[in-house]
Design a protein around this ligand. Sequence first.
Ligand SMILES: Cc1ncc(COP(=O)(O)O)c(C=O)c1O
Length: 378
Amino acid sequence: MHYIDPSTGATYPLEAARWRADSGHYLNLGAAPGLKHADIDHSCYSVWRYHKALLIPRANAVTLGEGWTPLIDGVWDRTPVKFKLEFMMPTGSFKDRGMTVMVSYLKHRGVDHVLEDSSGNAGASLSAYAAAAGMRCRILVPETASYPKIAQIAACGADVVTIRGSRQDVADAAMEMSREIFYASHNWQPFFVEGTKTLAYELWEQLGFREPDNVVVPLGYGSNVLGCERGFAELLRNGEIARMPRIFGVQAANCAPYYAAHQSGGEALVPTTIAPTIAEGIASSQPTRVAEVLRAVRSSGGGIVAVSEEEIVTALGVLARMGLYVEPTSAAAAAGLSLLTKKGAINQAETTVLVLTGTGLKTSERIGQLLNLGARHG
Ligand SMILES: Cc1ncc(COP(=O)(O)O)c(C=O)c1O
């Protein structure tokens, strides 16, 4: 197994940690053997249950007990749905699924100081796993990031730096600093997706070793899309499932570069207007693995939709009144599912998984404003 630069075919050994190729392109990992039913480690209820498929020995795991999140039955817009509660992770978001694997790899390869840019959740996750691994950590976030995410990062001992401007300005600032500190960007380092692929394994196992028909995820850079594709493709190659599920990515219409690219029919980003969105986790205007994410959703038979700010707020309120208190970014996926059922792209007879990626607890202040909430004086 080695790193591969998909633009040139150049390969690099995994022994030396890196985040990009000499050409400047992002790197991927080659095809992995993947998982078979008999490989599951039933003694372990975390991502490491699937350690045989993770390219990293379990003995090297930096773990906080992430993964094995609940999959619960519900109904959304009269359509039966399985809600995957990815917000029930050690740091409150799905990012822990990728971070445990990425940090385990980096630690084992001798990296002791990491740098990352983030809308907040990935930074919170990396700071927690860096703390667990005894690594130093610097996290760059937008000035507008939800304060509880900033506090969470700082509490874990990381050096947090706020950057004025857009999510892309934060990424650019991190790129500058990558000359001094190892850039452990989850959007570049492919071991992150090696971790997010366990979402596919878990869904398969929790559904009784069957694939769902549809998986609906919020789409920013695309780690859930790519994780689902990699994990389900491995299961397919190993004869554990009959076909790939359809993967649907949901973007906020205010910041929807993938949606625009998908509509154009091409494989690259097209010019599109970017505006602020309450879905801060998917406010990504220049994602990294563009062609790959587009190919993943298209080849699965899925698609990409975009939802308005109003639709996100409505979905947020409905989810909360079902007891599912998630952040606006996650509610965007639910709003996208509404659109998909309305269009007839997803129907009631299918098994549909809606991935709820982040807890509402870190964005309570914003949720209170959006839903106009308050207590009654007694
Ligand atoms: C809660 C939440 N959901 C979804 C996403 C989007 O993930 P990705 O950028 O990998 O598509 C993020 C990213 O920060 C997030 O914080």
